[in-house]
Design a protein around this ligand. Structure first.
Ligand SMILES: C[S@@+](CC[C@H](N)C(=O)[O-])C[C@H]1O[C@@H](n2cnc3c(N)ncnc32)[C@H](O)[C@@H]1O
Length: 255
């Protein structure tokens, strides 16, 4: 097992499970802000949903859905029925227990029939995936011909080395490299934008996130896995703050 796998495991499996435990014990006004890990602000999620226009009761795939905040948000705002996939057991368990979501433990091979999905998204996932072309090809495989699929992809602002250390296990394509990857996967861009064009988080989201963070710190601050996960997320925050990496929002359709 490589160090980079350990770091991702700490962040996306162990801390996911801890978050589910902590949230279950708190009387939060809304769990969704605690369940969004990498998906940008509610403004970005609304932008995606407005462009995707999913139908109420339609199956909505959230690929790499983490602990389920974005999928629960999509269900609440549009009435879709989310189907979440994530390779991490802790994330899938958290999505089920926190939001009652259907969650399949799966990575870049989806246990979903070819052409079965009409709408969905994958948020903040591509940079964490080992084989990015295979991941996009698999998403393309499960989409219906008329499907719409949203993504948030964290892109490097320039080619070559980033000026700050990236989180372990992450690889950020430039916008040009992303365009090539999407074209090679037969996915066409219908609309795009940047997550930083939206205000970050409303105060009520910030409050929930801060409450959960404080509780997690209180329980786990001495655990090396917590420290590793925190380092991962602060490296990501520094990259975004410095403009070295930006979140690109995309609405795609198969070609
Ligand atoms: C930054 S988190 C984003 C989680 C969620 N989309 C959100 O916005 O809250 C990245 C997620 O991608 C998952 N992931 C990593 N490799 C993957 C793969 N090959 N296929 C699907 N998901 C993957 C991780 O387990 C993790 O939950």
């Amino acid at each position: 097992m490589s160090d980079s796998f350990d770091a991702m495991d700490a962040e996306f499996d162990t801390v996911a499970a801890w978050t589910a435990e902590v949230v279950a014990g708190l009387a939060l006004p809304d769990r969704i802000p605690a369940g969004c890990r990498g998906s940008g602000s509610p403004g970005a999620l609304h932008w995606l949903l407005d462009h995707l226009q999913p139908q109420a009761q339609e199956t909505f795939l959230d690929c790499g859905g983490g602990i389920g905040g974005p999928a629960a948000f999509a269900a609440r705002e549009t009435g879709v029925r989310p189907l979440l996939t994530d390779p991490e057991r802790g994330a899938c368990k958290a999505a089920r227990s926190l939001f009652g979501l259907a969650a399949l433990q799966a990575g870049s091979q989806l246990p979903i029939a070819t052409g079965a999905i009409g709408a969905g998204w994958s948020l903040g996932v591509l940079c964490t995936v080992d084989d990015q072309p295979a991941y996009l090809a698999e998403i393309r495989r499960v989409l219906r011909p008329e499907a719409r699929f949203g993504m948030i992809v964290y892109c490097a602002a320039h080619s070559g080395d980033l000026r700050l250390e990236p989180p372990e296990g992450n690889a950020f394509p430039t916008v040009e490299a992303l365009e090539r990857l999407l074209a090679e996967a037969s996915l066409r861009v219908l609309s795009s934008g940047w997550t930083d064009h939206f205000a970050a988080f409303p105060a009520n989201w910030e409050d929930v996130m801060a409450t959960v963070q404080a509780e997690l710190e209180c329980h786990h601050r001495d655990d090396p896995r917590w420290k590793t996960a925190e380092e991962q997320s602060s490296k990501m925050g520094a990259l975004l703050g410095a403009g070295e990496v930006r979140g690109k929002m995309l609405v795609l359709r198969p070609v």
